[in-house]
Each structure stands twice: as C-alpha cells, then as structure tokens.
Write a protein that binds this ligand. Structure first.
Ligand SMILES: [Mg+2]
Length: 261
C-alpha cells in the first residue's frame, strides 16, 4: 500500500538536501586555488587591458647592464670636449645620463653653451650598432596579449636603433619617439588614442618614470604600472607598481592567460 501523500511530502526534503549538498560543494571548492582563479579571472574579464603603451629605457631593458654598448662612445666623445665642468661633476653626470634624458643632464650640470650644438648634432646622428640585452623580465611584456606600442623620449635615430639592436621590433605595432624639447608623452598618448580610436579603459601604461609616463597616464585617467626596481619613487602615485614585472599580468587582468613557465 502506497501512502497517497508520500511524493509531495518528500519534495521539500529533496530540495533542502540538494541545496545543502550544493552549499557544501561550494564551500569546499572556494578554498581550491583553481576554482578561486576561475572566479577571479571571470571578474577580470571586465577590466582586462588589451592596449599597452610601454616605455623603452629602463623598462624593456636596463641601461646599466648595457652601459658600454650604449654610452661608451658618447662618454669618449664628451671627454674629448671642454664641457666646462669639473671631473667629479662629469662622473656624476655620466651616472645620471643612464637614467635621465641627455638634455636634462646637460642643463643640470651646466655643460658649456658653446659645445652644445656639436654635442646635439652628434646625438642626433648616433645609432646603437651593437646588440643590446632586454631585461630578464621582458618575457612578462612579450607574453601580454594585445596591441603594444613603445612610447619613448629621446633622439629618434638612437631610440629606433635601440629597438632594432634589442631584437624586439616585431613585438610592437608602432614605436613612437617623443622629442621632449617640443612635446611630451601626454601629447603622444592623446594622439595615439585619437588616431587608433582607443578606449582609455582598455589601456595599461608601463614605465619607470614616475614624472613622465606614469604621471601623464594618471592625468588622462589611464591605468598605470610603475616599475621601480630600486624603490626610487616610494611615494609616487600609480595604479599598480612593482620592483619587477612579475605582477604585470595581474595588473593587466590577464593572470589567467599567463603562459605556463
Ligand atoms: Mg624609462
């Protein structure tokens, strides 16, 4: 004999047991890194960056590790001239040239006005002709998925020859060299956004200069990643920062797309 109300009476129990089991499975899985990563990557889809404006000097490669290839000839050329500064100041200026655009250094240390036209024409025509080594972290940039643009300040011939000697030209859609005497990176970023009809929310700016690409990027409302290996800018504003590029994919919302290393 079958009780007529047996099936309807069991329905709430089945629903309750099912719900309870789903809850248990969910609670157990939330501690599973794979599941956690899935939920985080799902969340990141909306903020994933697909356009990258990337600085060159001391971001893609480090000047210190390539000092002789980059600066050897320039140092010898400058030593052959009378810059009107002490030997001690010349040593300090040389160190600063590794990090700061030449014209800024020349102004700071007061290189003689008379020699500047010769120095500038030398720099305008100079090319790096020996291979340069990208930084050990360059693979984090290379493996980002999206459109990549180099935006660098300096003398065009020299900057373009660096890209060539680094062997990375094919990794980038365009290389833009900003002449800092007439423009700055902010204008170049705006021009790129305009020309390519880019959405600022899709862009991540990567660089080591808190006062240039990072500051200008934030002013334009763009997400930034400040690379600061020596902790030179502890108080500088930036959306993301790191003393290396190991967290670049997280900043780009591409953590789940990172290739297995
Ligand atoms: Mg730089």
């Amino acid at each position: 004999m079958v009780a007529p109300n047996a099936a309807p009476a069991n329905t709430p129990t089945i629903i309750f047991v099912s719900f309870f089991m789903i809850l248990v499975i969910y609670l157990l899985n939330i501690f599973n890194p794979q599941v956690f990563l899935f939920f985080s990557s799902y969340k990141n889809q909306s903020t994933m960056k697909r356009i990258f404006f990337i600085d060159l000097d001391n971001t893609i490669y480090f000047t210190k590790a390539n000092e002789e290839q980059l600066m050897g000839e320039l140092y010898r050329f400058l030593e052959s001239m009378d810059l009107g500064i002490s030997k001690e100041d010349f040593q300090l200026a040389k160190q600063e040239m590794l990090k700061t655009p030449f014209l800024k250094v020349a102004k700071k240390y007061g290189f003689k006005e008379e020699v500047m036209p010769d120095v500038i024409s030398y720099l305008q025509n100079r090319e790096v002709t020996k291979p340069l080594k990208p930084s050990d972290d360059y693979h984090h940039i290379k493996s980002l998925i999206g459109r990549k643009f180099i935006v660098t300040a300096g003398f065009p011939k020299q900057q373009l020859s660096k890209v060539k000697m680094l062997g990375i030209a094919d990794d980038f859609e365009e290389v833009h060299v900003v002449d800092v005497s007439i423009a700055n990176k902010k204008k170049t970023f705006e021009k790129l956004i305009d020309q390519h009809h880019l959405d600022k929310n899709d862009i991540l700016i990567i660089g080591d200069d808190a006062e240039s690409e990072i500051k200008f990027g934030l002013e334009l409302g763009i997400t930034t990643f400040l690379l600061d290996p020596e902790n030179l800018h502890p108080n500088a504003e930036s959306t993301f920062r790191g003393n290396d590029l190991s967290n670049l994919h997280i900043a780009a919302g591409q953590a789940s797309l990172r290739p297995v290393e």
